[in-house]
Structures are given as structure tokens and as C-alpha cells.
Design a protein around this ligand. Structure first.
Ligand code: ADP
Ligand code: ADP
Length: 225
């Protein structure tokens, strides 16, 4: 299949630190890609380059045939808003809003009316099996529930690509696997590509394709599933 998002020969330095030294990877629609590797190897930087958050010093990033590196900041932020989704750590949910309102928020920001936004948000809570906490605030739910709310919030706008940096980092393994199962199932249902950073093999097991970043380069280790 044709890749939806691809990086090739990406280099990025932060001052004297060479975070990426020619990294390349691609992901197709409906595919889940796991980026693994030791701490400090460049995983998050690669994810941020793919997501158009960090601009590489060299190399190419193409999304749907468009050159992400050549785009203006404005174009890239519009793309992030409309076609990309981000699973933040659950601590980044808005504490003053209910879980339902948190999930509805990206739709509200996209000018969807309140009633419609909350109806759609409710469907996503159902899909992630967290309908029971719809009216609670994020501070009053468990870590696993909160992370599933964060997944629902990332998917509610039906992004083409969903990015997640250590989406289960704060969870025990049982809850982490539950989040990953529901996250990847929901993403596949919407044909979204998923790019996730993790250092846990148990989490990467939910991917279709796994790469290992070492010293800013990709050492491919594809897993047939
Ligand atoms: P990983 O996600 O694999 O832990 P990162 O991509 O976060 O690795 O970081 C790779 C290297 O780049 C590290 O040495 C890190 O300290 C450095 N780095 C990443 N982002 C920044 C930044 N914004 N400023 C300075 N150094 C950074
Ligand atoms: P860690 O991954 O060890 O938790 P941080 O929380 O410092 O490290 O940063 C997470 C990621 O956010 C880094 O890998 C880096 O790529 C990115 N980052 C940090 N600071 C900045 C910044 N000022 N501008 C852009 N990206 C940043």
C-alpha cells in the first residue's frame, strides 16, 4: 500500500545534540506503527517531525503526497488541526470540564454545535467503554479511564493520522493493554494511521509494524503479524 505519511533521511539537531541522523519511516492508512528504542534515541523527535511540530534540518516528510517540510507554519498548524489527532497524557485533559465536554471540545473548536458535538462525543465514550464517567471531571476517574477519554478526544474529529507519545506510560500493564486494544481497534475502524512512541514491547505488540530508533537512526525490525 501507498504510504500516507513518510519520512526520509531526517536530521535534527538541538544545539550540540544531534537527535536524528537520517531517520526514515512510513505508515499507511489504517496501519499502526510503533516507534521503539532506548531513552534519548530520538523517538519523540521523530514523532514530532512526522506530526509537523518540529521542522527537520534536512530530509523529507511527505503527507498525502504533500511536502510537510516546505509548508508554512500556518499551513502545518492547519493540517494538524484538521487531519491529525494527538493522544496526550491523560493529565492534559481540561480539569474544569467533564469527560464528555473534554471529548466534545475538539469538535466545538471546529465550530460544531454543542448538541451535535456532545452526541458524537457520547458515541466515542461508548466505543471506548467509558460512558459511565461522561459527567465526571478528569480528576475523578481512574488512570485507565482517563487515558481512554484522551484517546476518544484524539479520535473524535476522525483524523487521518493519530500520534501518541507513550500513551500508556502512566498505566499498569493490564490497563495499558486495555487502552491499546480499544485505541487500535477504534483507529482501524476509522482507517486512521497511528504513530505511537513506546518503550514497552507489550504496547508495541498492538502495532502492525515496529521500528527501533537507535542514536537517531532507524534499525528496522519488522514484525509479521
Ligand atoms: P526519546 O524520545 O527517544 O527519549 P528524544 O527525541 O526526546 O528521545 O530526544 C533525543 C535527543 O534530543 C535527546 O538527547 C534529547 O535530550 C534531545 N532533545 C530533544 N528535544 C530537545 C529540545 N527541544 N531541546 C534540546 N534537546 C532536545
Ligand atoms: P521527555 O521525553 O524526556 O519527557 P521532555 O518532556 O523534555 O522530555 O520533552 C518531550 C519532547 O518534547 C522532547 O523529546 C522534544 O522533542 C519535545 N520538546 C521539548 N521541548 C521542546 C521545545 N521547546 N520545542 C519543541 N519541542 C520540544
Amino acid at each position: 500500500t501507498e504510504p500516507l505519511l513518510a519520512a526520509d533521511g531526517v536530521e535534527k539537531a538541538f544545539g550540540p545534540t544531534q537527535a536524528l541522523r537520517g531517520a526514515g519511516v512510513s505508515v499507511a492508512a489504517g496501519e499502526v506503527l510503533a516507534i521503539m528504542g532506548p531513552s534519548g534515541s530520538g523517538k519523540s523527535t521523530l514523532l514530532h517531525c512526522l506530526a509537523g511540530i518540529v521542522r527537520p534540518d534536512a530530509g523529507t516528510i511527505t503527507y498525502g503526497g504533500r511536502d510537510l517540510v516546505a509548508m508554512s507554519d500556518r499551513e502545518r498548524s492547519a493540517l494538524r488541526r484538521t487531519e491529525f489527532g494527538f493522544v496526550f497524557q491523560f493529565g492534559q485533559l481540561v480539569p474544569e470540564l467533564t469527560c464528555l465536554e473534554n471529548v466534545a471540545l475538539p469538535l466545538r473548536l471546529a465550530k460544531v454545535g454543542r448538541r451535535k458535538a456532545e452526541d458524537v462525543a457520547r458515541e466515542w465514550l461508548e466505543r471506548l467503554q467509558v460512558s459511565d464517567v461522561a459527567d465526571k471531571r478528569p480528576g475523578d476517574v481512574s488512570g485507565g479511564q482517563g487515558q481512554r477519554i484522551a484517546v476518544a478526544r484524539a479520535l473524535v474529529t476522525r483524523p487521518k493520522v493519530v500520534f501518541a507519545d507513550e500513551p500508556t506510560g502512566a498505566l499498569d500493564s493490564l490497563n495499558g493493554e486495555k487502552v491499546m486494544r480499544m485505541f487500535t481497534e477504534a483507529a482501524r475502524q476509522t482507517n486512521a494511521a497511528v504513530v505511537l512512541v513506546t518503550h514497552e514491547a507489550r504496547v508495541a505488540a498492538y502495532s502492525d509494524h515496529e521500528i527501533v530508533v537507535r542514536d537517531g537512526r532507524v534499525a528496522d525490525r519488522e514484525l509479521a503479524q
